[in-house]
Design a protein around this ligand. Sequence first.
Ligand SMILES: [Mn+2]
Length: 440
Amino acid sequence: MSDLDRAIAQLRACRLIPEAQVRELCYKARELLIEEGNVVNVDAPVTICGDIHGQFHDLMELFRVGGDVPDTNYLFMGDFVDRGFYSLESFLLLLCLKVRYPDRITLIRGNHESRQITTVYGFYDECIRKYGSANVWRYCCEVFDYLALGALVLGASSELEPSGPVDTTQSSMPIDDALEIEILNSKGEVTMNSYRSRPQSSSASTDTRAISPPRDISTTPNQAPIRPGAAGTGASGDSGGSLSSRTGAVLCVHGGLSPVIDTVDKIRLIDRKQEVPHEGAMCDLLWSDPDEIDGWGLSPRGAGFLFGGDIVKRFNYRNDLSLVARAHQLVMEGYKEMFDGGIVTVWSAPNYCYRCGNVAAILELGEDTSNGGTVARSNGDYGRSNGLLGPNRPAVRSPGRRYRVFEAAAQDTRGMPAKKPVADYFLVRISIDTYRRRTY
Ligand SMILES: [Mn+2]
């Protein structure tokens, strides 16, 4: 067994590795990360995860529900540290897995992967408490500076292979419908699903984005109502035909969009190897939130912006994306789709801060095995020079989404330091009401 495998086994048991080994690990991790672009290309199948926030036992539950590395290909969207009591064990394990299986796990940066934020929200104190000095905190922060800012998932399938036994209530499901969304509980049981019409030949419906809302199988047998697809997607010129069945790429970032970033390619131009700035493109990608507004708005967080559905639709259309996946906001159900499925929030810290009572989720995207999926790629190499970029190019299809929802792991919380929660963000002064409504 190599030193690295031993470290992985030790960290899986929630036991820390020696400081000298952390130093070596962080050095190796930096060597790997320095080679990654600001936007990492990730091939489906992949399992996308949101905030972890040092909840080590819940990270173990996540791996139990989603499968272990390297069997499952993972993409973590940042905020590994702070808030929870095991930021070190959580982040160091993920880093070990990254170094051991670099092609099976992708880590992108969250707003908490920052010197300034970690000194306020727990990670710095944890390093001092567990290692007796700030050395390990410094090594980790040097790794943070090299984490990618986003990832582009390519080649995801537009429909899911149904998982588990077919429920009898599904027996009258039209055979032409494709499974688009499936919600599973932590036992792997399907609790909700939704279908959409399969694309047919060129005579098929021109609305390839028509989907049915998720329905509860246990209460609504047989019917899968179809509602009109997204209006105003900028894709109304969809002419149907085989190309309309391509699945767009999925952009993953921690926070969201930026008013100074209108293409994915512009993210690639950022000089990311630095502390997270207080403003600008890099800051916005890690701090922004979607909101039910038109255009852009000021963020109550004091960093990043709020952005509306029109912004998401324009960005997705312009960049051939079918979906933006992001984390950064607590959602009680673990995931939340907004703007006709144009963006989804994935939250992977159940019972956040050991008191919020929320469930967590991870998002699985399957692999498109139909045609190699090359048309839908949005990395600048595909789909750019084939005439599809005109105003009438067909809309991309959204990927099939399987959400696995899970609850907090049973854990021993004895020995946790009693520490008052710190007031939320200091970049601006916000009212206590805002603090109570907002979580990070
Ligand atoms: Mn965050």
